[in-house]
Structure formats: structure tokens, C-alpha cells
Ligand binder design. Sequence first.
Ligand code: FAD
Length: 336
Amino acid sequence: MTRKPIEKGIFVFAETVNGTVTDVVFELLGKARELAAQLDVSVTAVMAGDGAFTPWKQLSAHGADYIVLVKNPALSQYLTLPCVRALAEAVRLCSPEIFLFGATPIGRDLAPRLSARLSTGLTADCTGLEIEDGSGHLLMTRPAFGGNLMATIICADHRPQMATVRPGVMVKQINEAAQDAQLTVLDVNIPDSDARVEILESASNPPARRSIREAKVLISGGRGMGSQKNFSQLERIADLLGGTIASSRAAVDIGWQTKDRQVGQTGQTVRPDVYIACGISGAIQHLAGMEESGFIVAINKDEAAPILGVADLGIIGDVMTVLPALEEALRAETVF
Ligand SMILES: Cc1cc2nc3c(=O)[nH]c(=O)nc-3n(C[C@H](O)[C@H](O)[C@H](O)COP(=O)(O)OP(=O)(O)OC[C@H]3O[C@@H](n4cnc5c(N)ncnc54)[C@H](O)[C@@H]3O)c2cc1C
């Protein structure tokens, strides 16, 4: 099959951390493939680095027709200004219509600076991306006014149309038989004036608990759990189910859980096979982070709680009664 030209296509920033492409890149490539099919254009994964690592096969299998590696020794570690310069150069050469970034700490630092450098717009934290019939504009949908309504934004007059998308929102698509992406290496000049920051040392904190985005089963507690102590019940059930615990923002704000557990608009987007919401009302900002879960169980004493509207199984009752019974039943299952 003939490859569409690289120009006027869709760019996805291929962010890497410690030599590994972040998962959100594969999710964005999946979405980019869908959009590219509608626009009849190509998909390009754009990397900035010193050239030591090109995850060719992985990026091809997830949807990239091209890989543009913007290369300079100054790009061996992420620094804002050198990376902005590198990507601006790639944009100048290939004039993409659309440029997508993960809403990661790096994406959130880089994309706004790049959009300012390119004098174009940026829509942050999109939850939906579509192509408008007729105009071909990118429709960028995101929560607005505290998540109480969804706004669809277009960038009609400037290019590229830029958006960030949070990890877990889009779905990866893998095609192992995909043609190898074509690699273009672009050597850029990074002036000393861009090197305003020097990284002396970097360290990472290994997460104490399993990430809520990786677990297949999440048992999530809200204000209705009543106290921090009661979350130990959820820990025990999570262990029995091979999952981990999550929480609403209310439980984080009170101090019962740490921020890395928070599901929702200002927390993380999760898609486990099973999501068990315990004493969570189901505010729109919470639903935004979990409604794509495979099977949703809600335990709530209020039969009018909005969480029951998205639940596959609703249990109307007190968590302090339902959860011990659930734990007992699971232990009995484990024994036999
Ligand atoms: C800009 C913005 C961003 C936000 N981002 C997020 C976000 O990312 N994530 C998030 O979760 N929220 C977010 N929120 C907050 C959100 O609006 C809600 O306030 C929050 O989700 C409520 O948490 P909750 O359901 O635990 O508590 P509540 O709303 O207080 O609900 C508690 C629920 O527990 C039930 N309950 C009480 N006792 C029991 C019991 N003994 N047994 C069974 N059920 C019981 C009650 O019936 C109720 O339904 C955001 C808000 C704003 C404005």
C-alpha cells in the first residue's frame, strides 16, 4: 500500500521516560489512526532525543506510518526549551494538520510552550477527538465549568490543531502486521541560549502501591466509607480479588487516601475490568474517570445516587454491612 505523504498529516509526540515509550503515546496513535483514515492522511510519531533509542516496531504496530527523530545531544534528557525548538523544527518541515500530546507532566509542560511558539491554539485534557464533516476541522471535546458541561472546541484558523489527552482516555490499537514506519532523522541545532537548566541528578520514587491505571480490578471508596480506618476493609477485598484500591476526590481531600488513588476529572482515568464503587455518589467529575470500566458495581445506601445510573450492578445498602459480607463470601471462595 502506498504511504500517504508525511506533510499535512497527524503528529503524535512520542514521549519516552527512561528509554520506554509511555503508554499514552500508543493510545494517541490509535486515535490518530482513526482520524487519519477520515482525513486520508498519514500518522507520524515524533521523538526528540540523542538518537540512542528508536522504538521502531512498537510505534509501527500501534499506528505510525512515519517516525521523525529530531536529534541533538542536548535532547538526551527532557528539557523544555530544547525540546520546544526541536518539535517546532519538525512542524516547520512537515506542516502537520494536527499535533497530539499526552497530558503527562512533560506533555503539559511542552505542548503549551510549543503552541505559543507556533502561534496556534491548544486544547488541554481532551476526552474526545473527532473530525468535523465538511470542514475537516478537529473537534476537541473537554469538560468545562468544573466538569458540569462538555465543550467542543475548534481551531479553525491556525495550524497545527493541538490537543493534549490524559492517559487512559483513548484505546490502543495494535496491528502486528503493520508496515514498518519510515524513519526520518532530523539533526537540529540547539543554541546554548536554550540550555538554561542543567539537570544535576534525577531520582524516581517507586510507587508504594500498584497503579490504579494498571489494575484489572479496582475497589474504590468515597466519603460514604466514613473513615480512613474503614479503607482497610477495601484493602483486604482488593487483595482477595487481585486488584488495588482507588478513591473519590472527597476521600483524598479529607486525607483518607493519597492523590495517586484519585479517579476522575482531576485524578486519573481508569478502565479496569471491574470497578467497585463503595460509598461514592457518582458526581460527573468522578464518572468522567471511570465510566468506561468493563463492569461497574456500586454499593450505596441512597437509591437515587447517580453512580447507580452507570452501574451494571447496584447494591442498595450500607457499606459497613455489604463489604464484610462480600469479604466473607470471597474468603469462602478462596478456600474451596
Ligand atoms: C473542578 C472539579 C473537579 C473534580 N474532580 C474530581 C475527581 O477527579 N474525582 C472525584 O471523585 N471528584 C471530583 N470532584 C468532586 C466531585 O464533584 C464530588 O464532590 C466528589 O466526587 C464526591 O465524592 P464522594 O462521592 O466520595 O462523596 P459524596 O458526594 O459525599 O457521596 C458520598 C456517597 O456515599 C453514600 N453513602 C454515605 N454513607 C454510606 C454508607 N454507610 N453506605 C453506603 N453508602 C453511603 C451517600 O449516599 C453518597 O452517595 C471535582 C469537582 C470539581 C468542581
